[in-house]
Design a protein around this ligand. Structure first.
Ligand code: FES
Length: 574
């Protein structure tokens, strides 16, 4: 893959304008003098910054975010590029969101991190910024913050892990962790096998190596035109990633000179391209929430019905886990996002402007598919429709989402008895009870896991199957909740039910034994109970659990929007 940028020798000035950073440095009063003294205190002479744009390298590196633990190396590459092009790079930390460590969920803090990013950019003498992210929520938080700040910005993600190999099988986090956990609970592998798998499953730096949320959001950066072509899939350990970061460092200097801001990139056309690309790669359902939130920051309206309309006319062409067979390293070797987009050009808005200074069409004109098993032709796709479907009905008046490409085809039209769990604790307590009254054709329902109820809408939507059914060989059931699902998960799982139960949504009215009907081809999700009875049950429902009474939790519960609106804070929307 060649972007035409990785080998360029620097960027020529495209015209002079007064730089924002000069407002900090060229003031006659004491603080202008002190700011120059502050640079001198770090060993920078005036030659380091005089006449140069100051480029922030916004780094979500953290040892608490293992997927981003290599980002300081990548920051060094970005800085090389900035120096090469005549800029002055300054690295700064922002909050980091580690998917494995943060409780109850990293999603609770996405908006907080976005505020950190926005305010760090706005309050400092920065002319442009390169955003370094990777793990699931870090990328949307960076994009949301940079969009609100609206200074020239380029996204560089950390890249996926290399493929793991275990007992002759190629594996990727965390799709295969989840698959083998089911086998462990079913008694098909031993505790020793499980421990051995842990030794082998993560083979390199980088984020999860499947088309989970991290890879999907990297692809969204490319599709939106705010990352360089090829960014999403180059493995973290591949030196081509450092060279791409270096190219981004050079390119941001040119963006500053042209004053090319996110508001000129993140247009309605760019979002339509992102949605098409999301469907074509079989991307994560979480991307719907993040794209809605990002669109809200720049005043673009993205109703859920648009995602569904574009899904019906976009084929899934990437055969990548969890929807398909291959891993992100294979996807990169097959040509990555540019190759997918070149094939999709008849469906895309090819004229949109990107951070390369060129149109999307020009960016991908030279892209090729090198492995037709991994990136299929549009005429012979993995699936003729997109990988995500939006359902509405009496159970989800404002919508719900299913990753149909990762579901069991035989369950996409299903009617079954509801088995209700009040919340995640209730589920954990009862799911493996040998006396649980459950059948394979039941619909597992969990509530109180939405934006307010979770709080933060944890990734609990991949409800574990009851052990006694796993032991009988059952590997999928219809599951419905107001939670989210990890982008690496799979199965017939309906998530993002809106409005959520904690704010009075009809999910709160479901009782075990009711019938739930799901019809994905017709995009319906219905509770087969009279409307009046649903209303009566909701009115008689016990009051919601008391929420947080102070601090960030209180701010979150008062201002978070629902899933179909992106779960942003209402006061951050443009
Ligand atoms: Fe970070 Fe999966 S845990 S991307």
């Amino acid at each position: 893959m060649s972007t035409g940028l990785l080998g360029s020798a620097g960027v020529k000035s495209e015209g002079k304008r007064r730089l924002r950073s000069r407002e900090w440095l060229d003031t006659p009063e004491l603080y202008g003098w002190l700011r120059r003294a502050a640079f001198k205190a770090q060993g920078f002479s005036e030659l380091a910054y005089e006449g140069r744009p100051i480029i922030g390298v916004c780094n979500s590196w953290s040892e608490l975010t293992h997927c981003n633990a290599h980002l300081r190396d990548l920051a060094a590459a970005v800085k090389r590029g900035v120096w090469q092009a005549g800029g002055f790079p300054l690295e700064f930390p922002v909050m980091s969101l580690g998917e494995y460590f943060m409780r109850p969920t990293a999603m609770l803090y996405r908006n907080l991190m976005s505020m950190d990013v926005e305010e760090s950019i706005v309050s400092n003498p920065l002319d442009g910024v390169v955003l370094l992210g990777g793990c699931d929520k870090t990328t949307p938080a960076l994009l949301m913050g940079a969009a609100s700040a609206d200074a020239p910005a380029i996204l560089v993600t950390g890249g996926p892990q290399l493929k793991a190999s275990w007992r002759g099988e190629e594996l990727g986090t965390c799709t295969d962790c989840r698959r083998y956990e089911q086998e462990l609970r079913a008694g098909r592998i031993t505790g020793a096998d499980w421990a051995d798998l842990q030794d082998n499953i993560i083979r390199s730096p980088g984020h999860c190596g499947v088309m989970g949320t991290a890879s999907t959001m990297g692809a969204m950066g490319e599709a939106l035109g705010i990352a360089l072509p090829g960014n999403a899939a180059i493995p973290a350990a591949d030196p081509r990633r450092a060279r791409l970061a270096e190219a981004a460092g050079r390119r941001i200097v040119a963006l500053v000179e042209r004053d090319l801001r996110p508001s000129a990139i993140l247009t309605r056309g760019a979002f339509e391209n992102a949605i098409r690309t999301l469907h074509a790669i079989g991307g994560s359902a979480n991307a719907i929430i993040h794209l809605c939130a990002l669109a809200g920051r720049v005043g673009v309206d993205l109703p859920l019905r648009l995602f569904d309309a574009l899904s019906r006319t976009t084929p899934v062409v990437a055969d990548v886990k969890p929807s398909g067979k291959y891993l992100m390293e294979d996807f990169h070797n097959a040509g990555g996002v540019p190759a997918v987009q070149r094939g999709l050009l008849p469906l895309l808005r090819g004229d949109v402007l990107t951070v390369t200074g060129r149109s999307l069409r020009e960016n991908v004109a030279g892209a090729e598919v090198y492995d037709r098993a991994v990136i299929r032709p549009a005429g012979d796709p993995v699936s003729s429709e997109g990988g995500l479907a939006v359902l509405t009905g009496s159970l989800a008046p404002n919508g719900a989402v299913i990753k149909s490409s990762a579901a069991s085809p035989g369950l996409l039209g299903h009617s079954g008895r509801a088995l209700v769990f009040e919340d995640h604790d209730d589920l954990t307590r009862r799911i493996d009870d040998p006396d649980l009254d459950v059948r394979p054709d039941d619909v597992l329902v969990m509530r109180n896991a939405g934006p307010v109820g979770g709080p933060g809408m944890p990734e609990w939507g991949f409800l574990p199957l009851p052990k006694k059914l796993l032991e009988r060989g059952v590997r999928d059931m219809v599951r419905v909740s107001d939670a989210r699902m990890s982008g690496t998960a799979f199965g017939t799982v309906v998530v993002h039910v809106s409005p959520e139960s904690a704010t009075g949504g009809p999910l709160g009215a479901v009782r075990s034994g009711d019938v739930i009907e799901m019809d994905v081809p017709r995009r319906r999700l219905d509770l087969k109970v009279e409307d009046r009875e649903i209303q009566r049950r909701l009115e008689e429902a016990p009051p919601a659990k008391p929420g947080p009474t102070r601090g960030y939790g209180l701010l979150f519960s008062r201002h978070v929007t629902q899933a179909h609106e992106g779960c942003d804070f209402d006061f951050l929307v443009a």
